[in-house]
Design a protein around this ligand. Sequence first.
Ligand SMILES: [Zn+2]
Length: 449
Amino acid sequence: MSFPHLKWLSVALASILFLNPFWAKAQDSYTVTVEDIAKRKVQVTAKLFPESDTLLMSPFGATHLKDGWATFIEDLKISNSEGEKIDFTKMDNGVFILANSQKNKPIHLSYNVNIRHEQSKWPFGYKEAAYINDEMLMATGNALFLTRLDVDSATVNFQLKQPYKVANAWKQTAPATYVANGAEELVWTVLAIGNFNLSEIQTGKTKILLAYSNDLSASKKTIESTIRKAVEKYEAIYGSSPSKQPSAPDKYLYVMNVDTSYVGGGAAFTNSISILLNATPAHTTKAGTTSWHHILIHEIGHLWNGRSLKTDESTDWFNEGFTDYLAYKVEHELGLMNKGEWKEIISQKQLGYSKAREKNKASLASAGKDKGSNYDIVYSGGLQFAHKLDTEIKEATNNKKGISDFMKNMFAAYASREQAVKNEEIKAIAEQTCSCDLSSLFQEVKDQN
Ligand SMILES: [Zn+2]
């Protein structure tokens, strides 16, 4: 039996799709121009194909500011393809509403981003927003792109003054052009522009681009070899390179700088990481939350736990606490931290967690709702839980297995899944690893609320 009508329809559709450019997938495009990083000005022009009347800056990361990321946007102009001005209304938190519906019609934007983010206070530090130093302008996509929520993919072209270059985590499609797949890849990322140092660190299948300023030039070798050795250690722990996805990125970007007036820390974005150390690396650095090797090795760990293994608020203790525990374990194994320091850190974290729990009754599973005020429950609580689990697995298996076997099993089971891991799944994999009952240990994850 045949369906001539359907056949006709599919032929008609195919011809429309292939012959009529109106049906071709419209791709948003941006051009980013930087003349002089010292002037703190990034010019952006864009052609977008909005499916609604709403444009917005990223709703994440700048919620402490009334206008969100749009606080730093100046001279915004919007027009249609005929060059006619399109009026818009600016709402709170970086949302803009176009006066007339522009559905399926391209619009043209032009604006400047004033890179003054580091001059005001950020909840987790300006390294998660944007800044400049002598050689580099660092910005998250959040700081740069006015976009739409339903963007499929966007090209980003850079026009930079010589000898400037750009480093980013997107796929390169032409000499100065990159493509970001979806809103998250476009805005939840880190990029560097300027005349900075760039090294490529290849370990097995994992390529890391390290972008850094001259402050760190003397430490280049130490940093590169630490990254390489840490990646090898993590590959052994997880039994895999960082991504199991078929769409695994071809590289990761680390932007690393020093600010002695900052406490020191790092943040993981899509395929990219922003690190700000409080001092240049020294072999003598004592291990601890803000030591250069801990910040670096903790953030490397998030390529596996956090990016491939996805978590949400209820499993943030697993994301941060286990990443932190494994980072110290790797540091210990690499000789960056001795046994005494390792023990001291475990007892410090246990104490920090107990104190935080006295003040705030939040359980591990509920603490992630407010990571800022529950820092010691999420990080220290998660770390001491990882230590307890490691110990229980070792005891139950006569030292044949430990936390690495558990992480390997977690990675094998969930690293290709889009959905966040659940607390029940963590417990099930832990029990499967030790072939034992861990109900009383896991009581701590959900007790009290
Ligand atoms: Zn972290």
